[in-house]
Design a protein around this ligand. Structure first.
Ligand code: GLP
Length: 242
């Protein structure tokens, strides 16, 4: 695992955006696995800036997102579909037809999971998967205890995740109880993984994920088993590392 220490959130965002840019420049028609949450916002902002300067071209890029709430239409401003359009897709020259997320409104959840997994395969797999990490070590919406070999599936969100995500909703009651997520098996198939972590409150979980046993109790710990992971963390998240 390559580890880049960033001085702060902005520096972390710029370093991570550099890695994504390099991927796009080296392979203009790459498949990017994208993530939501507050951590990647600075990365998207930086990518948009470079696109506007003429340094980046998304015209051939394909994207697949990690996850989506079940039950929220794309028009809901808390859906991940909306988030991606707001922070990236509407601001760069990516072809909207090349941007994919699970469909939160699909009637048959099992069918939707199969469709999404097949779609990722038909695109040739993910070249670079961007990942944030939840406070409990979750990646995508793969909560502690989730088996490591799962493919895209529908999960019941844990109370801690609902609590953490309620800041974006009017109240905790409005946070959907289920979500679609690429499974850990799906994530591990990505050719490269870029993990970004910021903030002191995630430092201890990050330490467990990187140095502790590989266990479903800390979903991000599985990344120790992937052969091409880059972590960009800020000082606060990496404070425990000498
Ligand atoms: C959500 C997302 C994850 C994300 C996590 C951390 O639960 N499903 O993909 O990594 O939150 O979010 P944040 O970056 O806001 O801490």
């Amino acid at each position: 695992m390559k580890i880049y220490r960033a001085t702060d959130y902005q520096d972390m965002s710029r370093k991570a955006a550099n890695i994504i840019s390099a991927q796009i420049i080296m392979k203009p028609d790459c498949v990017l696995g994208l993530a939501t949450g507050s951590t990647p916002i600075g990365i998207y902002k930086q990518l948009v800036e470079w696109y506007k300067k003429g340094d980046l071209d998304f015209s051939e890029v394909v994207s697949v997102n990690l996850d989506e709430y079940r039950g929220l239409p794309k028009t809901n401003d808390q859906s991940y579909d909306y988030f991606m359009r707001q922070h990236l897709f509407d601001l760069v020259n990516i072809d909207p037809a090349n941007t994919y997320l699970p469909n939160g409104m699909a009637e048959d959840s099992e069918e939707e999971c199969l469709r999404y997994e097949r779609l990722i395969q038909s695109l040739g797999g993910v070249d670079l998967q961007l990942l944030g990490m939840g406070h409990n070590g979750h990646i995508g919406f793969n909560e502690p205890g989730e088996a490591f070999d799962t493919m895209t599936h529908c999960v019941k969100l844990q109370e801690r995740t609902i609590e953490a995500n309620k800041r974006f909703f009017a109240s905790a009651d409005d946070v959907p109880r289920q979500a679609y997520t690429m499974g850990i098996g799906t994530i591990m198939r990505a050719r490269k993984i870029l993990l970004v972590v910021s903030g002191e409150e995630k430092a201890e979980t990050l330490r467990k994920a990187l140095c502790g046993p590989v266990t479903p109790e800390v979903p991000a710990s599985i990344l120790q088993m992937h052969n091409d992971v880059t972590l960009v963390g800020d000082e606060a998240a990496l404070s425990w590392m000498a």
